[in-house]
Design a protein around this ligand. Structure first.
Ligand code: GRF
Length: 212
C-alpha cells in the first residue's frame, strides 16, 4: 500500500519539541515520503517558528487577530496551505481550535498528539499541565500519549497510536509531563512514518494500521 508523498504543514503554538522530533526523524531518513512544506503558528515568537527558520523552512505567523473576520482568517489559512501544496496537517502543540472548513478540506488528514490516554483526560481545557494535574488528582496508575485524527470535536477523532507510562507514587505534574513527553517524541514521528508509507487507513469512526 503506497500513498503519494505527504506534503506536511505543521501547526504549533509553543516550544515545538514534537515538531523537532518529527523534523529530526525526517532529516535522519527515518520518515521517507514526507516533507515539511510550511510551519504555521499563531504565536510570533513561538519555538516552532524559530525551529522552522533555523532549518530554512517556510515559517508563517498567522493569527486571527490580524484579520477583520474569522472568514477572512480561514480563507487565508486555506490559501497558505494550498499555495504550499499541503495535503497533510500535523498539529504539534497548536492551541487554537481548527475551523470546520479546514477540517473538512483535510478530512482524515490532520493528526494531533495529546499528553494522556484518550478518551480520558481530553476535551476543552485539557491541555498542558492541566492534563497531568487531572491524571494525578484522579489517582490514575497509568498515563501516556495519544496520537489521533482530528475531527470537529476536541481530542475526539479515531485513535491511531497510544503508549502507556506508569504513574509512580512520587510523580509530580512536572515529572509525569516529562515521562509522557518522551513517549510523545517517539510515537508522533512513528505515526507520520506509517502514514507516509500508506499503512494507515482511516474510516469515519476508526483507524487501522497495517504494519506489513
Ligand atoms: C505536547 O505535550 C502535546 O501533547 C500537546 O502540546 C504539547 C506540545 O509541546 N498537544 P511541544 O510544543 O511539541 O514541545
Amino acid at each position: 500500500m503506497h500513498s503519494d508523498i505527504l506534503n506536511v504543514a505543521v501547526l504549533g503554538s509553543g516550544r515545538g519539541s514534537n515538531f523537532q522530533a518529527i523534523l529530526t526523524a525526517i532529516q535522519e531518513g527515518k520518515i521517507r515520503g514526507a516533507r515539511i512544506e510550511v510551519v504555521i503558528s499563531n504565536v510570533s515568537d513561538s519555538g516552532v517558528l524559530a525551529i522552522a527558520r533555523a532549518n530554512g523552512l517556510a515559517a508563517i505567523h498567522l493569527d486571527q487577530r490580524q484579520f477583520g473576520t474569522e472568514e477572512q482568517f480561514v480563507n487565508r489559512l486555506l490559501a497558505v496551505l494550498a499555495s504550499n501544496n499541503v495535503n497533510f496537517i500535523v498539529l504539534a502543540g497548536f492551541m487554537k481550535r481548527l475551523h470546520p472548513r479546514v477540517i473538512q478540506a483535510y478530512r482524515s488528514r490532520i493528526i494531533n498528539i495529546h499528553p494522556a490516554l484518550l478518551p480520558k483526560f481530553g476535551g476543552h481545557g485539557m491541555y498542558g499541565m492541566n492534563v497531568h494535574r487531572a491524571v494525578l488528582a484522579a489517582g490514575e496508575r497509568v498515563s501516556g500519549a495519544t496520537v489521533h485524527i482530528v475531527d470537529e470535536e476536541y481530542d475526539h477523532g479515531p485513535i491511531l497510536m497510544q503508549e502507556v507510562v506508569p504513574v509512580d507514587a512520587d510523580d509530580t505534574t512536572e515529572s509525569l509531563a516529562a515521562k509522557v513527553l518522551k513517549i510523545e517524541h517517539r510515537i508522533y514521528p512513528e505515526v507520520l512514518r506509517l502514514f507516509a508509507e500508506g499503512k494507515i487507513v482511516v474510516n469515519e469512526h476508526s483507524a487501522a494500521i497495517h504494519q506489513s
